[in-house]
Design a protein around this ligand. Structure first.
Ligand SMILES: Nc1nc2c(ncn2[C@@H]2O[C@H](COP(=O)(O)OP(=O)(O)OP(=O)(O)O)[C@@H](O)[C@H]2O)c(=O)[nH]1
Ligand SMILES: [Mg+2]
Length: 238
């Protein structure tokens, strides 16, 4: 680029650099997917096509940066990508990492949509998917393990609630308000009991992909495992 007297404006650009020797998590999350999932008529509470699409996008991202990755974990409209603490990707610049990851993911999501959804449910220009993205760094192995465990436990809590809620509405004919009241203040064991006795559903028999979310290793293998039990294996060597 030719020098000009205007070039001084570059001095106003600042870059946030992630601390060295710390684990990096880039988490993307669907923008307003409550509405997006209604517009495209996702099955409730879990649409396997939408989950498989999220997984396909995340897998491609993991494989693109596999030498930097420890793993990725996703559920619902979110995905976390966990990078090695010695990663030098984009010189650890937070703005580069968040923007490149989220734009890569979003373009994959749009491009792959028709592989997972039927042609009559194609994306339309007025309702295209958007994702936000953040970059957080974690200083040690214990805390990065707790981060992944947090997302896993959240998956369990959300899925048990959503499975119970939609079973009461769709199978037992309750209104959404009645189902909400029924579940208000209940613990996990109560929800399991309500599901079994009122909806004839054994939560244990629900698909693993819904109950456990999806973990992708750096080879791009997608697994649905008990993250709490396997947390040490997942981070072995990192
Ligand atoms: N029916 C259905 N809805 C889903 C599925 N996956 C995600 N969603 C919807 O996506 C939402 C994701 O939660 P949030 O990220 O908290 O909500 P959001 O509407 O995306 O809001 P922001 O992230 O704050 O923009 C869920 O509450 C559901 O409404 C699915 O498989 N089926
Ligand atoms: Mg969202």
């Amino acid at each position: 680029m030719a020098n000009s007297r205007f070039e001084y404006v570059k001095k106003f650009e600042t870059h946030m650099t992630v601390l060295p020797e710390t684990y990096i998590v880039i988490r993307i999350d669907g923008k307003n997917f409550h509405e997006f999932s209604n517009i495209y008529k996702f099955d409730k509470p879990n649409d396997i096509r939408a989950i498989n699409l999220m997984n396909a996008c995340a897998k491609n991202l993991v494989l693109k940066y596999k030498s930097e990755m420890i793993c990725a974990y996703g559920e619902s409209d979110e995905y976390s990508f966990i990078l090695r603490k010695d990663s030098q990707l984009y010189n650890r610049r937070a703005d580069k990492l968040t923007s490149i990851f989220v734009s890569f993911f979003t373009s994959q999501y749009v491009f792959l949509w028709n592989k997972f959804f039927p042609i009559e449910n194609s994306l339309n220009l007025k309702n295209l998917p958007m994702f936000d993205s953040r970059c957080v760094n974690y200083p040690n192995l214990d805390i990065i393990k707790d981060y992944l465990t947090w997302r896993f436990v959240d998956t369990h809590i959300n899925n048990l609630y959503n499975t119970s809620f939609w079973a009461l509405v769709l199978k037992c004919g309750m209104t959404t308000r009645e189902a909400e009241q029924k579940l208000n203040g209940t613990f996990s064991k109560d929800k399991n009991e309500i599901l079994f006795s009122q909806c004839n559903i054994n939560y244990n028999d629900e698909p693993e992909i819904f109950k456990k979310g999806s973990l992708i290793n750096k080879k791009g293998e997608i697994m649905h495992v008990d993250v709490v039990n396997q947390i040490n294996e997942i981070f072995q060597g990192f």
